[in-house]
Design a protein around this ligand. Structure first.
Ligand code: ATP
Ligand code: MG
Length: 439
C-alpha cells in the first residue's frame, strides 16, 4: 500500500476524551473513530489488525476441534423468555420491536440461540461432543462505556458453546478451550494469566478468566510470580486435543491467581515475596454451566441406554475487539504503537527520505514491488513530506520494521533497517535488506 493513497487520518494532538494509552493511540494512529458512545467505526488500519486477531482466534478454535458457524446479531425475545433471561438481563440488553410488534433484541451473547439450533438438530449421544463457535458483533448497553474499544457497547466477540453427554466429557471440552485460549493469546504476543472465576449457583471449578496484566486494567489481580514464566507455545507445540489434557491444565492452574472478586487474602498461601499484585484486562472467559439452558429449553439427547437427558454445556468468550486495545496497552512507547508481528497491519514500512529524487524513488519503488510480489504486507511512505514527520508517523502506527532510503545511502548502495520494538538501527546493503522478509 502506498501511503499517498491510503486512508489513514492521523491526529497529532492527544484527544482529550481518551484516558488510556490504547484509546489515545487508536484514535491518533487512525484505527477507529467514535460514532456514538461506545460505538466505533473501524478505519482501514484498525480493521486490518482486527482481522489478524480474528484469524488467530479462528485458527486456534479449529485446531482445538471447534467448528465455525455464524448466528445473527438480532434475535427473537421468545427464546430468551424460555431461558428466563429476557427479564433477568436488565438494561444492558438492547430491546427492539419490529413492524409486527414482535419483541426482538440485539444479541449480548448467544446461549439461547445456539441451544435452539442444537435442540432442533441433535438428538443422539452419537453426535457428541459438539463445539460450535462464531465471531460476531454483540451489543451491551454498558452503563459506562469507556477506554475506547476496551469497554464498548458494540464489540466483536468470539463465542463458542460446547455440548457433551456427561460431565467428564464436558470437562475435556473445557480443558481444550483452556489450552486453546492460552495459545491464542500467546500467538498475539500477549501474556494472559488464567484466573479462577466465580461460578455462581453452578458451583465447581470450571470457570476461568484470562487476564492480561496492564497498569490500566479494570480489575485488580493477585498471582504467583511463576505465571510470568509460562511458556505456552513450546509446551503445546505438539498438544493432542483428543488426548488427556488434564495434566497440562492442572499444572497451569496449580499456582494461585485471582481477580479482586475472587481473591481471598486469608486463603492465599503464597509468600508475600512471590505474590504479584497488579491490574489486569479480561480478554477471555470460559465457563461450564451444565444443564442451565438445556433443561429449561429442552435440549435433550438420547444416551446409550436410550434415555433422554439434557446436554452438558459450556460457553467460552474472547473479546476480539477489546484485544486490539489490550495488545496496545501491553506494547507501546511514547512514540506510538509497537505491533507484535503476528497482528501487525503491515510487516514492513518503506520511507523515502527525498520525495522527487529519482535515485531514492527508484530504489523505493523497486523494494516495494519486490515485497509486494513476495506477498509481504508493506506500507510505502511515498508522500511529499518532511523526513521527520515520516519517521514519527511510521513510529506512531507501529509497523515492526522500517526500511529507510536516503540519497547518501543510495549512492553507497545502503539502506537503514530499523526495528520498531527495540529501536535498533543497522546499515544493510540494498542487495540484502529484503532477505529477512522474503524467504
Ligand atoms: P466484563 O466483566 O469485562 O464486563 P463480561 O464478564 O461481561 O466482561 P463475557 O460475557 O464473559 O464478559 O464476555 C466475553 C469477553 O468479551 C470478555 O472476556 C471480554 O473480553 C469481552 N467483552 C465483554 N464486554 C465487553 C465490552 N463491553 N466491550 C468489549 N469487550 C467486551
Ligand atoms: Mg460485562
Amino acid at each position: 500500500m502506498k501511503l499517498s493513497r491510503y486512508f489513514l487520518p492521523t491526529i497529532k494532538e492527544n484527544p482529550a476524551e481518551a484516558q488510556i494509552a490504547s484509546h489515545r493511540l487508536m484514535l491518533r494512529a487512525g484505527l477507529i473513530r467514535q460514532s456514538s458512545a461506545g460505538i466505533y467505526s473501524w478505519l482501514p488500519l484498525g480493521l486490518q489488525v482486527l482481522k489478524k486477531i480474528e484469524q488467530i482466534v479462528r485458527e486456534e478454535q479449529v485446531r482445538a476441534g471447534a467448528q465455525e458457524l455464524l448466528m445473527p446479531t438480532i434475535q427473537s425475545a421468545d427464546l430468551w423468555r424460555e431461558s428466563g433471561r429476557y427479564d433477568d438481563y436488565g438494561r444492558e440488553m438492547l430491546r427492539i420491536t419490529d413492524r409486527h410488534e414482535r419483541d426482538m433484541l440485539y444479541g449480548p451473547t448467544n446461549e439461547e440461540l445456539i441451544t435452539d439450533i442444537f435442540r432442533s438438530n441433535v438428538k443422539s449421544y452419537k453426535d457428541l461432543p459438539l463445539n460450535l463457535f462464531h465471531i460476531q458483533w454483540k451489543f451491551r448497553d454498558e452503563i459506562r462505556p469507556r477506554f475506547g474499544v476496551m469497554r464498548g457497547r458494540e464489540f466483536l466477540m468470539k463465542d463458542n458453546y460446547s455440548f457433551d453427554i456427561d460431565e467428564a466429557s464436558a470437562r475435556h471440552s473445557y480443558n481444550a478451550m483452556f489450552i486453546a485460549y492460552l495459545r491464542t493469546f500467546a500467538r498475539m504476543g500477549l501474556k494472559a494469566i488464567p484466573m479462577r472465576a466465580d461460578t455462581g449457583p453452578i458451583g465447581g471449578d470450571l470457570s476461568h478468566e484470562f487476564i492480561v496484566v496492564a497498569p490500566t486494567g479494570e480489575s485488580e489481580v493477585f498471582y504467583h510470580k511463576s505465571f510470568d514464566d509460562l511458556d505456552v507455545m513450546s509446551e503445546t507445540s505438539d498438544v493432542n486435543f483428543d488426548g488427556d489434557l488434564q495434566p497440562l491444565v492442572d499444572r497451569w492452574t496449580a499456582e494461585y491467581a485471582a481477580t479482586d472478586e475472587m481473591h481471598d487474602a486469608t486463603a492465599c498461601d503464597v509468600p508475600e515475596a512471590e505474590l504479584i499484585n497488579g491490574r489486569g484486562i479480561e480478554v477471555g472467559h470460559i465457563f461450564f454451566f451444565g444443564d442451565k439452558y438445556s433443561t429449561p429449553m429442552g435440549a435433550l439427547v438420547q444416551d446409550n441406554t436410550g434415555q433422554k437427558i439434557p446436554a452438558q454445556m459450556g460457553s467460552y468468550g474472547i473479546g476480539v475487539s477489546r484485544l486490539v486495545g489490550a495488545i496496545i496497552e501491553a506494547s507501546h512507547d511514547d512514540d506510538g504503537i509497537i505491533w507484535p508481528e503476528a497482528v501487525a497491519p503491515f510487516k514492513v514500512g518503506i520511507i523515502n527520505l527525498r520525495h522527487g529524487d529519482e535515485g531514492t524513488t527508484g530504489v523505493c519503488d523497486d523494494l516495494y514491488a519486490k515485497l509486494q510480489a513476495a506477498g509481504v504486507e508493506v506500507l510505502y511512505d511515498d508522500r511529499d513530506e518532511r523526513a521527520g514527520s515520516k519517521f514519527s508517523n511510521m513510529d506512531l502506527i507501529g509497523v515492526p520494521w522500517q526500511i529507510v532510503i536516503g540519497p547518501r545511502g543510495v549512492k553507497n548502495g545502503m539502506a537503514e533497517l530499523k526495528c520498531r520494538a527495540t529501536g535498533e538501527k543497522s546499515e544493510v546493503s540494498l542487495d540484502t535488506v529484503l532477505d529477512q522478509f522474503i524467504g
